[in-house]
Design a protein around this ligand. Sequence first.
Ligand code: FER
Length: 292
Amino acid sequence: MKKIFLFALLSLAFWGAQAQPGGGMFGNMPKIDVKFNEYVAAPADFDKEQTGIARGTIEETTYESKTVGTTRKVTVYLPPQYDKTKKYPVLYLLHGIGGDHKEWLQGVPGTIMDNLYAAGKAEPMIIVMPNGRALPDDRAGGDVYSQEKQKGFAIFERDLIDDLIPFIQSRYSTYTDQAHRAVAGLSMGGGQSLNFGLGNLDQFAYVGGFSSAPNTKAPEELIPNVEATKKQNKLLWMVCGSDDFLMMFSARLKAFCDEKDVPCTLVEYPGGKHDFVVWKYGLYNFAQLIFK
Ligand code: FER
């Protein structure tokens, strides 16, 4: 009886911590003292549709995943005047724990990118928004925090590298080398981007983490070889809201990089929470820094 009571109590405590991200499991984490990079506000209209500018297109397509054993959906943004006779670099843009291949559309990536191109501020690129929950049932419903579903976010490393990237390179007109490939994401997808991007230096030159979640590996694991990271990674860029309960996962990596002299940016978004205000800002800035 006692055992059952203890189990119930522990389950409740665990559930409570997950359900109230502001207070629970990570609420008592030490605040990591770190030197943030300068926050520069985005122009007020960076995410507003403008009339009279060229627009990219957004389409949904599917690919065969040997990793998962299913046909998987993926959202793709093609830049204005996408031209099959040219080659484009590719940004893989990953969603959060409750999202899927459509979640990033809330962040109006097409509008943000169209505006950047109209202002001459970004290199034309293809943006690929996959479903990062690499499981036969990859829907976002149910208990998205369950261990089972979280496993899918780690398995996605193989789906991405072995299945999705080759598919994108065969279906679209892309460069296929490391220097023309970037990965970035929000929250759970931010953790994936840091894990996969820094864990596969031969695959990704540019890595971005926006409000990265607890799935982010420890800095020593992300950067086991300082010299290799310094040599192969061209950009390690992060943003997190000052009011985000997950700040420590970005801050501990920034602190490690500063100590080891690895170039790394962490912008603290003033008053920023765990939402698309910060993630849109992340895309707006990251997109301007890559493939240059
Ligand atoms: C957690 C809190 C947040 C967690 C993941 C998240 C795995 C991810 C949030 C998101 O992707 O928005 O405790 O554990």
